[in-house]
Ligand binder design. Structure first.
Ligand code: PGA
Length: 246
């Protein structure tokens, strides 16, 4: 089953709206066409998880920022305590606000130690004719995983989100996405060996919508998608879900 991670960002501003939106996920998930991982704002997590009695939807934190003497931060243990299984790490909107590769790497390790899965988000800021974006993504991913404990289960997902396609009009061309997905798979196999490296799901994110979802999900190595805008628009989400082939 394909994975759909729904990153609500800060689009949903009150709990009532969050509950209403989550109702759409409950409805859609009953047809079991894809596995939803819903990432509401951290502040709504505990109440949404508590109110949800089903088993079809998993939950992610959109991210953590620090622990201890860190004003206005949210720690790995705090999101763990809400009941989430996943944490998004390295989203470009966080990187743009000074999150570094080293912090991504430390968080991936902390999330693993806390018994959760990281969704490691990588992606180039822009493209050049020389193909520098492959090198860029390789470096981001290798650093993100450089503290990952050796010979332990691979409890993470990789999401490729070219920054220039996030919140934009359209994603890269299908073959361009596919080339990057195959490249990321190669890196994972190099790092963890053939059998284990092939088990890690790789998602695509950035301008996914009802019109392009089915073509994206058919690409080689694509285990699912990461949604932003479409995840908080009831109509767009429903149409997108309808276009997923079972
Ligand atoms: P978008 O955002 O779907 O609105 O392009 C994707 C993301 O930021 O995860």
């Amino acid at each position: 089953m394909k994975i759909i991670i729904a990153n609500w960002k800060a689009y949903v501003e009150d709990f009532k709206s969050a509950e209403k939106l989550f109702g759409v996920y409950k409805l859609l998930s009953s047809s079991k066409k894809a596995a939803f991982v819903v990432a509401p704002p951290n502040i709504f997590l505990r109440d949404i998880i508590k109110a949800y009695k089903g088993r079809l939807i998993s939950f992610a934190s959109q991210g953590v920022s620090g622990s201890g003497a860190c004003t206005a931060c949210t720690s790995v243990q705090q999101v763990k305590d809400t009941g989430v299984d996943f944490v998004l790490v390295g989203h470009s909107e966080q990187r743009a606000r000074s999150l570094t590769d080293e912090q991504v790497s430390a968080t991936v390790k902390d999330v693993y130690n806390a018994g959760m899965y990281s969704v490691i988000i990588v992606g180039e800021n822009n493209r050049d004719e020389q193909g520098g974006h492959f090198k860029f993504v390789r470096s981001q991913l290798k650093i993100a995983l450089n503290r990952y404990p050796k010979n332990k289960p691979l409890k993470f997902i990789v999401a490729y989100e070219p920054v220039w396609a996030v919140g934009a009009k359209q994603p890269p061309k299908a073959h361009e996405i596919e080339m990057m997905m195959i490249y990321i798979r190669k890196i994972l196999v190099q790092l963890f060996g053939d059998r284990r490296g092939r088990q890690v799901p790789i998602l695509y994110g950035g301008s996914v919508n009802a019109a392009n979802i089915s073509a994206i999900l058919e690409l080689q190595e694509v285990s699912g998608v990461l949604l932003g805008r479409a995840s908080v628009d009831e109509k767009a989400l429903t149409e997108l879900y309808q276009n997923i082939k079972k």
